[in-house]
Design a protein around this ligand. Sequence first.
Ligand SMILES: Cc1cc2nc3c(=O)[nH]c(=O)nc-3n(C[C@H](O)[C@H](O)[C@H](O)COP(=O)(O)OP(=O)(O)OC[C@H]3O[C@@H](n4cnc5c(N)ncnc54)[C@H](O)[C@@H]3O)c2cc1C
Ligand code: HEM
Length: 377
Amino acid sequence: MTTLKGMGDLARLLKESWTLVEEHQDKVAGYFYARIFLSHPALRDLFPVHMDVQRSRLLNAIVTAVQTLDDPEKFDEYLKALGRDHKKFHVEPEHYEVVGGALIEAMRAHAGEEWGVEYDQAWADAYAVIASRMIAGADADTNPPYWYAEVVAHERRGRDLAVFTVQPMQQLEFRAGQYLSIECTKYQPRLWRTYSMANAPRRDNTLEFHVRSLGAGWVSSALVRRLQVGDMIKLAAPMGTMNLDRRSTRDAVFIAGGTGLAPVKSLLEELTRYNRTRWVHVFFGAKSRDDLYDLADLNRLAARYPWLSVVTACSEDPTFPGEQGNISDVVARYGPWNNHDFFVSGSGPMVKSTLKTLAEMQVPSVRIKYDSFTDMN
Ligand SMILES: Cc1cc2nc3c(=O)[nH]c(=O)nc-3n(C[C@H](O)[C@H](O)[C@H](O)COP(=O)(O)OP(=O)(O)OC[C@H]3O[C@@H](n4cnc5c(N)ncnc54)[C@H](O)[C@@H]3O)c2cc1C
Ligand code: HEM
């Protein structure tokens, strides 16, 4: 197995050299893509139509990976999964060399005179190790690069929300609480975004998704406003570890913000199949009552299963009859929570403030699983 020698030194060289080009990131990105597409025009078809929106997505991803994964051993699983995931972009092993070469040339071209051969070598070494792990992950994967799925139901729940169901054309296995990438093939080809399944695995193989469209959001607005019954979408292999531990006997607390409810419903559906002994508390929060788009169904579940209770909260709807405030603060008003398993999902800020609240309440972090839909910084 390839390893990196002199890790500390390598990390220093990578960081030092990046500071030489950091200020000109846009230009570096432009050069990087031009280099790839001029030398290998066929690779243009792997990327989205409108590259301006996310011009430096891949470049940023590689630079972040190379800089933070300076111990590839530790990130082996992540890199293998990333390699597997790249199958959905139609990436082949020989593409890695093209991209790695373009990356180094783009940096060298913008760094000025301070660039040296030791920087070339550092980037080439680090990139090669990462690429080899990714390629190994893709090679070992027996899944198809993606699954086609037909939209069999599509329901608008308010202005910017939709709940829809798809039927994959081939068996697609997943665990409750996971997510996968979707390409809305007909309307936004080659743009992939992750969405959480809102159901536990079913015998008929169908999958339900809850999507909120964000103002300028490319994929989410297509999924909410344009997608129709009969359309085909593509799904990539499921990922994520926000799963139930069936051996746990602890009571459970689920905290969801907005469409963060999707994976929570998936986990609840799984619990309805076997749980007899654990109390389960769901906290569901949103800005206004219109955003509590699936409350009727949650209440139905709570009426049917005596072990389930639901608390709802709105942060910007003063006449809402449930709790008032951010869901993370509302959770703190209940409790005590010292012997529970926690599952948190929603936007980055929502997850961040909930984790802070839980830490303040001395909940051990090993008992908390979470998925953040956006950046937590
Ligand atoms: C693990 C995981 C699971 C997810 N599950 C779901 C799910 O079940 N349902 C769901 O609806 N979403 C989910 N998401 C979010 C989803 O992947 C997309 O990020 C989201 O739909 C926006 O994609 P887009 O292409 O529409 O927007 P983009 O084109 O990527 O972004 C467009 C613009 O919107 C801005 N923007 C992006 N996110 C936000 C935001 N939250 N608030 C305000 N502005 C924003 C961006 O800065 C950008 O300017 C999940 C994300 C992750 C990481
Ligand atoms: C060290 C090697 C690589 C790393 C670490 C890497 C990492 C990543 C990551 C993390 C993303 C997701 C970005 C996001 O969703 O925000 C991504 C996207 C992508 N990668 Fe890679 N990648 C590598 C090599 C390659 C290669 C060789 C190709 C082949 C051309 C490729 C093609 C793509 C494409 C097409 C996307 C989608 C870009 C987009 O939506 O704009 N990647 N990469």
